[in-house]
Design a protein around this ligand. Structure first.
Ligand code: FAD
Length: 279
């Protein structure tokens, strides 16, 4: 377990918002933007969901006070989506309203497919009410083409990702090559229809494609990457003048996030096996 905690530390700033803010400031001074995420998901208790709202409000207050160049990102199952959709909407509205009053951008992460529809509904609701917010859309889901079209038609802002959750064949592209192909297709649509969007991947082929297309169809484009992944590539992009934003998680609920990061790369699994079996 202690090995897992050490491994997690490369992807997570620490347990407190102070540690995440310190990481964001460091990134700011190196020319990056930042997105801070308070870790947590699948909350089944109203009080806990309310505490998560309060933590996000404290985080926003600190970001404004300390003049950090950062937005925040939230997960809806951390804010009551599993308890009641209306409760979740009301919680998200509290955070979105507060973020908007501080002029801080709010991102909504996308969780696995049972929550896609509700997440989009709630996003469009708060976007139409407060603006200043964006949503992650996953290229591995077959429905995403329609979702991108729907959100772009309402002027919504999209963070395009490959998708971190394992999904069933009838709703998702399973092969890596198919996901990459769909990412490229959806990105092409965003270049055509959207004034601002985020390309959130560490895949150099897709990043280079975005850079090339942007030469012709100039857009406000942001490259977003996860803390602790491809740091050299991030620095190279910043040095070439691109907007690069580091996604910085913090909090005590680090295990599900860490497990997703581990499963994204075979080498990470091998590291764990070696530590367990001492090979
Ligand atoms: C800012 C940001 C926000 C995200 N938000 C969401 C979200 O809301 N919902 C969601 O489902 N997913 C989200 N994701 C995760 C995303 O869906 C992918 O699971 C993740 O980014 C890995 O895919 P990739 O696009 O980097 O491509 P991949 O093909 O997986 O990776 C490309 C290359 O990047 C490097 N790399 C990738 N991951 C790792 C890693 N963990 N450790 C070391 N090297 C690695 C490797 O060199 C790899 O060859 C987000 C990703 C980012 C960057």
């Amino acid at each position: 377990m202690s090995f897992l905690i050490r491994l997690a530390r490369q992807w997570i700033a620490g347990e407190t918002s102070g540690e995440a803010i310190a990481s964001a400031k460091k990134k700011n001074s190196a020319g990056f933007g930042a997105i801070i995420n308070y870790l947590g998901e699948h909350v089944m208790d109203k009080t806990e969901a309310q505490e998560n709202v309060e933590e996000n409000i404290r985080l926003l207050t600190a970001l404004e006070k300390e003049k950090v160049n950062a937005s925040i990102s939230i997960k809806l199952t951390q804010l009551g989506l599993l308890i009641d959709k209306r409760l979740c909407l009301s919680n998200v509205e509290k955070i979105a309203g507060f973020a908007s009053s501080k002029n801080i951008f709010l991102w909504i992460d996308m969780e696995n497919s049972p929550y896609t529809e509700d997440t989009i509904d709630i996003y469009l609701d708060v976007f139409n009410k407060f603006g200043n917010s964006g949503i992650a859309i996953q290229a591995n889901l077959k429905r995403s083409e329609n979702d991108v079209k729907k959100i772009a038609a309402e002027g919504g802002i999209i963070r395009l990702v490959k998708g971190a959750y394992s999904e069933k064949k009838h709703i998702a592209f399973l092969r890596r090559s198919e996901v990459t192909k769909n990412f490229s297709k959806l990105m092409g649509y965003l270049f055509y229809k959207s004034a601002f969007f985020a390309v959130a991947t560490h895949d150099e082929q897709l990043i280079n494609e975005a850079i090339e297309v942007n030469k012709v169809h100039k857009k406000r484009l942001e490259f977003q990457m996860l803390m602790g992944v491809r740091e050299e590539l991030k620095r190279q992009l910043v040095s070439k003048g691109f907007n690069v934003v580091d996604y910085i998680p913090y909090g005590k609920s680090w295990l599900p996030y860490t497990t997703r990061r581990l499963s994204e790369r075979k080498r990470n699994i091998l590291l764990i096996m070696r530590s367990i079996f001492d090979i």
